[in-house]
Design a protein around this ligand. Structure first.
Ligand SMILES: NC(=O)c1ccc[n+]([C@@H]2O[C@H](COP(=O)([O-])OP(=O)(O)OC[C@H]3O[C@@H](n4cnc5c(N)ncnc54)[C@H](OP(=O)(O)O)[C@@H]3O)[C@@H](O)[C@H]2O)c1
Length: 262
């Protein structure tokens, strides 16, 4: 049986770029997202261009325990996952109580619960084989709170903490865990929320940084882009209160209320 990289959120943006980068390296792929048509188009292109095997599994990863359904489907197809990229994610923006709670719940389920459960399920098999790589999508807001994207920033802080902790737990198990923490990147991510900056990274930048960090270091997290690097150091140079104020001013311009009071 051949080994596969399973990439969630592979229908667009950073996930699609990861798929192409792994295919270029000759890696077989399992592409996961809700948009089956988009996944099928990408799968066909990657099979033709790079001669790799590409499986498509279309699922809504914000549903309760859907990770187990995905894991069971991988086992049914007799595929071995030695690389897991927990990339699918999205952000809600706005003042907490004026933002639809159902969307915020889905955000927590996708960004946090699905990532945790998929990792839990696949890392056991990786640990038995003493071989595996897990890449989790953090963010520049993994390092600082971000008002008007409070739930999103909290989910990404979780991703960083979770990734660093398990990278230590599994350090002698042949398993590499990396949280890649990009600055704002040109994808469909900002389609609904609106942008916060004009200075954007590309998905290719993010994936190159992640793969370089995996190939050349043992780091548990890596920033991509100057803004993310600055945010990763912010608390060393300023108090938490000051960092919060600066973050609030930046995000407030894009996502805050028109008047100052909530
Ligand atoms: N863009 C940025 O500035 C930025 C910065 C830092 C971190 N990130 C992180 O990078 C990751 C990828 O985001 P992106 O920028 O590439 O955004 P994107 O272009 O919007 O891609 C998001 C991907 O997630 C999938 N997805 C969304 N909801 C899903 C669900 N319920 N079930 C399954 N798949 C779902 C989408 O596919 P379907 O719609 O087909 O399901 C899509 O493939 C996210 O975790 C994001 O938080 C992004």
């Amino acid at each position: 049986m051949d080994n596969f990289a399973l990439i969630t959120g592979a229908s667009s943006g950073i996930g699609k770029e990861f798929a192409e980068a792994f295919a270029k390296r000759g890696k077989n792929l399992i592409l996961v997202a809700r948009s089956k048509d988009k996944l099928e188009i990408t799968a066909r292109k990657l099979r033709e261009s790079f001669g790799v095997a590409v499986e498509v599994i279309s699922l809504d990863l914000s549903l309760e325990h859907i990770a187990k359904t995905l894991y069971d489907e991988v086992i049914n197809r007799k595929l071995i996952v030695d690389t897991l990229v927990n990339n699918a994610g999205f952000a809600t923006t706005g003042v907490l109580h004026t933002t639809d709670y159902q969307k915020q719940h889905e955000e927590i389920m996708l960004n946090v619960a699905a990532t945790t459960e998929l990792t839990y399920l696949f890392i056991k098999d990786m640990s038995e084989r003493k071989n595996g790589t897990i890449i989790n999508l953090g963010s520049c807001v993994s390092f600082t709170p971000f008002p008007y994207a409070a739930v999103y920033a909290a989910t990404k802080a979780y991703i960083l903490s979770f990734s660093e902790s398990i990278s230590y737990e599994y350090r002698n198990s042949g398993i590499r865990v990396l949280a890649i923490c990009p600055a704002p990147t040109q994808t469909h991510f900002f389609d609904k929320s609106g942008n916060v900056t004009d200075n954007m990274r590309t998905p290719a930048n993010v994936v190159k940084t992640a793969l370089k960090a995996l190939d050349r270091s043992k780091k548990a997290f890596k920033t991509d882009g100057a803004l993310s690097k600055i945010q990763s150091f912010a608390h060393r140079f300023a108090s938490r209160r000051t960092v919060l104020k600066i973050a609030g001013r930046i995000s407030g311009k894009a996502w805050g209320p028109r008047d100052k009071a909530v």
